[in-house]
Design a binder for this molecule. Structure first.
Ligand code: G3P
Ligand code: MG
Length: 349
């Protein structure tokens, strides 16, 4: 994307858009709600960005650069990695704390690749970690998908300093077992449960109980996995599980989205951030639109974030009702993302 024109900002007319992905733009890998056509309206004919927008998803599992490439292919537009904010994108903020520590990461996709790209130097996937231990998963022999060569480590791995669930786990049984092993042992599985051992920190990229994928009804998400892990951990350890959840609806996610949208506005659409007096502005948007399908995640998040967020709820995903959601009513309810974009462009004139 290249810069457009003026370096003088009209402070009163600026706006940006955050699009949820699953249930708004895509179901599985299939565009929905005329999303490709709607998104193309945010570009000039030359292909440069006209309206600053990003994708704000609680999904993930692959690096932002790969997600940008995949989405560009599916939607037929040029999406930058900086326009992708996934649930695990905020894990970058923990780099200073764990950069050189031995950590494990799990979830669909390539969890250790994602974390390595953020700069974590000593990360392994939970799948690889489990392979260090003979018999850690007593039903592994019945799993046709775990027939990969096992690592032949004859030394015990380091103490695990933290565990990260970056996306929806694939093998819930193994992951619950191995995470319980790590968390109840102070990061060194195999011995007796250490009641007084400090639990290594555990981080979740998001907490969606359910989300809309290709199947007609909603699917269990990373939040459902957290509940399962927590219930079992508490029963075997007699202590509450300590964990930290990232992703929407946390207010810092929306704050971060605002910062990225401002950078996109400045670098891709409207030149440098200099106001009418020639000063560098601490510019702020008049309106930021969140288009989502999940009232308790997308709409709640936009509401909690407050000004300048305006929430739009589509009927293409988790939410399908005629009337607005009772607990987290959106500022606007529409059928599709195409309608949402039409509303925004008309409103912003
Ligand atoms: O696994 C994806 C799901 O948790 C939600 O994705 O795009 O609806 O925030 P999204
Ligand atoms: Mg969604």
């Amino acid at each position: 994307l290249t810069c457009c024109t003026s370096s003088v900002i009209d402070r009163t007319t600026s706006f940006g858009i955050a699009f949820d992905i699953d249930g708004v733009v895509l179901r599985g890998k299939i565009p929905i709600g005329n999303s490709a056509k709607a998104l193309k309206r945010l570009y000039h004919d030359s292909g440069t960005l006209k309206i600053p927008f990003l994708f704000l998803t609680n999904g993930g599992g692959i690096p932002e650069s790969r997600r940008a490439f995949d989405l560009s292919e599916i939607l037929g537009i040029r999406i930058l990695p900086s326009q992708i904010v996934q649930g695990h994108s905020s894990f970058r903020s923990l780099l200073a704390r764990y950069e050189n520590d031995f950590i494990v990461a799990t979830g669909k996709g390539e969890p250790s690749v994602v974390m390595s790209e953020y700069g974590f130097k000593n990360v392994v996937s939970l799948e690889e970690y489990a392979s260090y231990f003979d018999h850690i998963d007593p039903v592994a022999q019945y799993k046709s998908w775990t027939t990969k060569d096992k690592k032949a480590y004859d030394v015990a791995p380091d103490r695990v300093k933290a565990a990260f669930v970056i996306s929806d786990p694939v093998d819930w049984g193994r992951d619950i077992q191995v995470l319980c092993d790590i968390l109840t042992s102070g990061g060194l599985p195999g011995g007796e449960i250490q009641e007084n051992e400090h639990q290594p920190p555990l981080y979740f990229a998001a907490d969606d109980l359910e989300y809309q994928a290709s199947f007609p009804s909603e699917r269990l998400g990373i939040g459902a996995f957290r509940i399962a892990l927590e219930s079992i951990f508490t029963r075997i350890h007699h202590k509450p599980l300590e964990s930290t959840v990232f992703g929407k609806p946390k207010p810092f996610v929306f704050k971060n989205a605002e910062v990225i949208l401002r950078q996109l506005w400045e670098s891709s659409c409207h030149g440098s951030a200099v106001d009418e007096d020639g000063d560098f502005s601490t510019r702020s948007f008049k309106t930021l639109y969140m288009i989502g399908d999940n009232p308790s995640v997308d709409i709640k998040g936009a509401q909690q974030a407050g000004h300048p967020w305006f929430s739009i709820l589509t009927r293409t995903g988790v939410f399908r009702q005629r009337e607005n959601h009772a607990e987290y009513p959106a500022d606007l309810v529409v059928d599709t993302v195409e309608e949402a974009v039409q509303f925004i462009l008309e409103r912003e004139g």
